[in-house]
Design a protein around this ligand. Structure first.
Ligand SMILES: Nc1ncnc2c1ncn2[C@@H]1O[C@H](COP(=O)(O)OP(=O)(O)O)[C@@H](O)[C@H]1O
Ligand SMILES: [Mg+2]
Length: 374
């Protein structure tokens, strides 16, 4: 049986809601070969959105390749994953895949191994190294395949911010940018979940990916889109939740996509027939309990100043931390301490910079902190 609410993994089908504008913009970018950068905090819905767009735009003439490079730690880790994704996802059958692999990456034959698993998925080891292949030829692989097959390709690279952590990152970025900008049949959609790292990669004039493409900062799904979905999913299993209470769920988790689904799910479990405020409160407690080990780990090594900085934000201070009254009331040290504090908290992803100032990034962490005895 399909679960009424899904969280933590990319969603599709009836569990995917809203995003009409983004679907339209991405589809048109994909069809027109426009490079795109899609960024948002994690678990807001990037991967789900890209998979949705892929399903919509794919055709005989347009292939959308998806690769998550989260595990990559170095340039050649990346080339292996990249080449494997491109080879696999441009072929419909294993035989074809194998032939293309030999044709395009034949020099690695000695190391080139593949095996077919029980679920008929096959695993491969291309064994691309700096000794066997230049960066350039691996990066040009999609364009060559696209030309040979007479198709357009869009390559979606998820968790792209990892690139920024590679050794010699800027040199690697330069190679990518210069290889990709001359592609005529291949375009890129680069996804990332760590905003400060993504901004660094794409908005710094001195870095290679500056002005690479259309930048989309994914927004949250609005309450009016969530409410009918939550009510409908309750109804499917003969329970009822009022629109007010469904909206309350969104408010509690500040519309954070994954948390909305999770809190709705936990509330459903607490509901015999009609959802109640008490049920939502119990569900929230469970969500907090579940996250306690993680939040403890994230906060236990913070310095006193860092904790005090969080405390100031919780008290409603979002900017001008450096003024004398704030510094002394929250014990933040000297005003020269503030920029260091802000930077370290953003890097730890506990705090996020929004238009109006600095906020606790995770809405459940925020509630958890509020409930701690300081
Ligand atoms: N369009 C959507 N409709 C409904 N729920 C969504 C949607 N996008 C994201 N979610 C919720 O957020 C969770 C995380 O989505 P995901 O696409 O993996 O985010 P990201 O790639 O940004 O980390 C999903 O498991 C789901 O609970
Ligand atoms: Mg994702």
């Amino acid at each position: 049986m399909a679960k009424e609410f899904i969280f933590g993994v990319a969603v599709s089908g009836e569990n995917f809601i809203g995003r009409e504008k983004e679907i339209h913009r991405l589809s048109s970018n994909f069809k027109n070969g426009i490079n795109t950068i899609l960024s948002s905090p994690r678990r807001w819905g990037k991967t789900s959105l890209i998979k949705k767009v892929k399903a919509i735009v794919e055709s005989d003439k347009l292939r959308v390749i998806y690769v998550d490079i989260f595990p990559c730690r170095s340039e050649y880790d990346f080339y292996n994953m990249f080449a494997e994704a491109v080879l696999k996802q441009t072929s419909s059958r294993f035989d074809e895949w194998k032939d293309i692999a030999y044709e395009f990456i034949s020099r690695l034959t000695p190391k080139f191994a593949f095996s077919v698993g029980p679920d008929s998925d096959y695993s491969v080891s291309l064994g691309i190294t700096s000794k066997t292949h230049s960066a350039e030829e691996v990066l040009q692989l999609p364009e060559r395949i696209a030309q040979k097959k007479g198709i357009q390709i869009v390559i979606c690279i998820d968790e792209f911010q990892q690139i920024g952590e590679f050794p010699d990152s800027v040199i690697v970025q330069k190679k990518m940018r210069s290889a990709w900008q001359h592609n005529s049949r291949v375009s890129y959609c680069l996804l990332g979940s760590r905003k400060h790292l993504m901004d660094e990669l794409f908005q710094k004039r001195s870095l290679p990916f500056y002005k690479f493409g259309d930048i989309i900062n994914l927004k949250l799904i609005p309450t009016e889109v969530w409410v009918p979905y939550i009510c409908k999913q309750f109804k499917k299993v003969d329970r009822v939740i009022s629109e007010e209470l469904a909206a309350e769920i969104c408010r509690i988790v500040e519309n954070h996509s994954s948390y909305v689904q999770q809190l709705a799910w936990l509330t459903l479990l607490e509901t015999e027939k009609v959802a109640t405020r008490e049920g939502v409160a119990r569900a929230l407690n469970e969500l907090l309990d579940e996250n306690t080990p993680l939040f403890t780990q994230q906060t236990e090594l913070l310095t006193t100043y860092q904790m005090n900085f969080l405390r100031a934000i919780l008290a409603g201070i979002h900017k001008e931390f450096g003024i004398a009254t704030v510094l002394s009331e929250y014990n933040l040290g000297s005003s020269s301490n503030i920029s260091r504090l802000r930077k370290s908290m953003v890097e730890k992803e506990l705090v996020e910079f929004r238009q109006e100032g600095y906020f606790i990034a995770d809405p459940i962490l925020k509630i958890w902190l509020e409930r701690q005895k300081w």
